[in-house]
Design a protein around this ligand. Sequence first.
Ligand code: SAM
Length: 289
Amino acid sequence: MTEFGERIAEGLRTAYEGELLHSEHTPFQKLEVFEHPHFGRVLVLDGLIQTTQSDEFCYHEMLVHPALVSLERVGRVLIIGGGDGGTLRRVLEHGPSEVVMCEIDERVIEVCREHLPDISAGAHDDPRVQLVIGDGAEFVAQSDNAFDAIVIDGSDAIGPAAVLFSEAFYASCHRTLRPEGVLVTQSGSPMFQLDEFRMAFGNMNRSFETVEPFLSFVPTYPGVLWSYMTATDGKPVSFTSPLVVRLRLEERKIATRFYNPDLHAGVFALPEFVREICAATVPTSVPHG
Ligand code: SAM
């Protein structure tokens, strides 16, 4: 058994023990896969847990469904990052006409297909999918195609993913989205990754009319409590009623293990400490819900 884990804060780290199945240095990052007795297969990049077989649904359903269910019609979707394919699989459940997935590290896709195949469940091979290997920030900066939704499933704001929290990147995304389009990103732990949370919230507010953080939990992520943010110039995502959420999930024949209509209504209700972070970061921002 090999020990792995991450330092979350001064005096605080996680410790897992598992069997190391794969390890390599790609041109972008250190890539490892472990077999863990409780969480199953675990993908680790630069020492940070990215996804596990047992709790990936907690993350992928909350990253994808609230944003895409808020759209009456899901046409063209852009995914940035997401090499393991869990986000892609959930996006395809909404019946898009086309999905472009821009992942910087081809080795993540290949290794996940080999060692964590049930996370993507063949989504990479769907005929609606166009895989682009490259930097997501460069892709949107050059893109002039309009998307209905952009889903950012990047790693932490260090290394290759740091640019995915920048003002210029969100401005490019805003230009690439249809007027009523929606953007969603993971934005880290509001307890232990405040810089990441503030960067995303502050920089998204510079390009979008409405930015809505929402909270949920992922057992293997630092501090478990995890944040996401939606951004749009259209109707705020939190305004989608539980009835509409239920009807659209039924219409799109989407079965979930985590997300549901009541959760959609609840996750945008932020605790006071998060509201204060938002107000301190963007004084004019008025959290909805
Ligand atoms: N859910 C995880 C999290 O919240 O930390 C992210 C999982 S996913 C595996 C992250 C992916 O983003 C990785 O495959 C990584 O290679 C990719 N990535 C990082 N920076 C990128 C960039 N600038 N453009 C495109 N993909 C990027």
